[in-house]
Design a protein around this ligand. Structure first.
Ligand code: PLP
Ligand code: SF4
Length: 453
């Protein structure tokens, strides 16, 4: 098996398929967009996941290769002009950062929201929003084996908010977990925590296991490694050690849960991913799967039905369908809430009950994960029926609520209560900023609190 080789803006011209297929114009567009949004892919993605005969419409190509329309025309032209004129590095960086700030990157406040404290010390690198689950961002796990062009964590990968978001200190985390007995789950996230070497990961996971925290029942990893580098679980030199670590958790009676990020059934076809899934399941872990629904990648019910079906066959459990966030290249990927619901429902209708463990489509918004149950009509008014799957106040979960129907709505902050009401029921505790309409960006970033991975 070949070794991992990353491709970025610096060396993408070494990719044989790029030399062979991409036109001059496409390469230039890649450079232009890649100077604003992060670009990284690797030899496995390039050689095994992308069908280069029709790369222009290939979902995995679109998933990792920047393309012209991923920037708004005025942004594209500005960066293109700078590059054409031979502008120096500092000038390009200045322009890049100016454009980035117009792409609704994580607002400054976001890094400090939902960050808990213990005895007056802030646990930077931890987010605790939903009662039962604590998110942990280990500092060495804040990158990925390739970057998704739609990723809402893009600011982190271009150095806009490095490290403040990560931490190393497991002892503090253990004390925090003990002090909050309703936390049952710790979710390692990133970036991709499984980019970490087993040796590093072990220092975290073993400490957690050895601490025998009675309330800690599940260790979860949010990861895209199965899709972007399945060799992490098969032929990498520390793959066996990683699986042993999973077994250790199981042997200690802790559920090891993989939150695997797959966007398209094409990611489930290679021999490498099948083997990797088999080995993880053998180590006693359960693989649950999640993805946003995105235009130009998977905005098709048949694609989702195939993906869920294939996942079930391989032993994975479909878990969440998300709605794409308002950041970065969102104009390129966004679909309306109604469209997301139609994709979900039509896909759900095509699979048997064992694939209907999936829930969605869901927005990870400020107040919680809001599921679009559907479009309906009550007393002559066309409405969206919604509910929280997760909420900052656990009591909000599973209470249906209603918003005025809007065919163009793409996010919670573009929704208004139905039946002439002024507020949604949860807004007495958590007022929603409502600035967004279709195609416009909201002025606030209250929708950034939760994670995709
Ligand atoms: C999605 C999410 C979790 C995990 O939620 P589950 O529904 O338990 O999978 C935890 N914290 C945050 C902030 C999240 O967005
Ligand atoms: S979506 Fe996940 S795997 Fe993709 S770039 Fe973002 S953090 Fe990495």
């Amino acid at each position: 098996m070949k070794r991992y080789k990353a491709y970025t803006l610096r060396n993408y011209m070494e990719i044989p398929q790029v030399q062979l297929h991409l036109s001059e114009e496409e390469r230039f567009a890649l450079e232009v967009v890649g100077h604003v949004l992060p670009f990284k892919t690797n030899n496995y993605v390039v050689d095994q996941l992308i069908d280069w005969r029709k790369y222009e419409s290939d979902p995995i190509y679109t998933l990792t290769f920047p393309q012209k329309d991923m920037l708004l025309p005025e942004h594209f032209d500005e960066m293109a002009a700078a590059i054409r004129s031979g502008a120096g590095k500092p000038e390009i960086k200045l322009i890049a950062n100016k454009i980035r700030l117009e792409l609704n990157p994580h607002p400054a406040g976001q890094l400090s929201w939902n960050v808990p404290s213990l005895e007056g010390v802030k646990l930077t690198g931890v987010q605790h929003k939903y009662r039962e689950t604590m998110l942990f961002f280990p500092s060495q796990g804040q990158t990925c084996h390739a970057y998704c062009t739609f990723c809402f964590r893009w600011p982190q990968f271009v150095g806009m908010n490095e490290l403040k978001f990560a931490m190393r200190d497991t002892e503090l985390i253990i004390r925090y977990l003990r002090s909050r007995p309703h936390i049952t789950d710790i979710l390692f996230t990133g970036g991709d925590p499984l980019i970490m070497k087993t040796k590093v990961l072990r220092t975290y996971v073993e400490s957690l296991i050895n601490a025998r925290i009675p309330n800690l029942r599940s260790i979860r990893f949010g990861t895209k490694a199965l899709s972007y580098w399945p060799q992490r679980f098969t032929t990498d030199e520390d793959a066996d050690g990683l699986l042993r670590l999973f077994e250790q958790a199981r042997d200690a009676g802790i559920h090891l849960a993989f939150m695997a990020h797959f966007n398209h059934p094409n990611e489930l076809q290679s021999e490498a991913v099948r083997q990797a899934i088999g080995r993880i399941l053998n180590a006693g872990a359960v693989i649950r799967t999640q993805s946003p629904a995105m235009r130009n990648i998977n905005d098709d019910a048949a694609v989702w039905a195939r993906m869920w079906q294939k996942q079930v066959e391989l032993g994975c459990v479909p878990y969440y369908m998300f709605i794409a966030r308002d950041t970065g290249a969102q104009h390129y990927f966004a679909i309306s809430l109604e469209k997301a619901w139609n994709i979900f429902r039509k896909a759900y209708q095509q699979v048997s009950g064992i694939a209907r463990t999936v829930r969605g489509p869901s927005m990870s918004a400020g107040p919680g994960k809001v599921q679009v149950i559907g479009v309906s009509e009550i007393a002559g008014e066309k409405i969206f029926v919604l509910q929280f799957i997760q909420a900052r106040n656990p009591d909000w979960v599973s209470r249906p609520f209603f918003a005025r129907y809007d065919p163009d709505a793409i996010w919670l902050d573009g929704l208004y209560p139905a039946f002439g009401k002024e507020k949604f029921f949860f807004e007495t505790e958590y007022p929603l900023p409502r600035k967004a309409t279709h195609g416009q960006r909201p002025a606030t970033g209250l929708n950034y609190n939760a994670v995709m991975n």
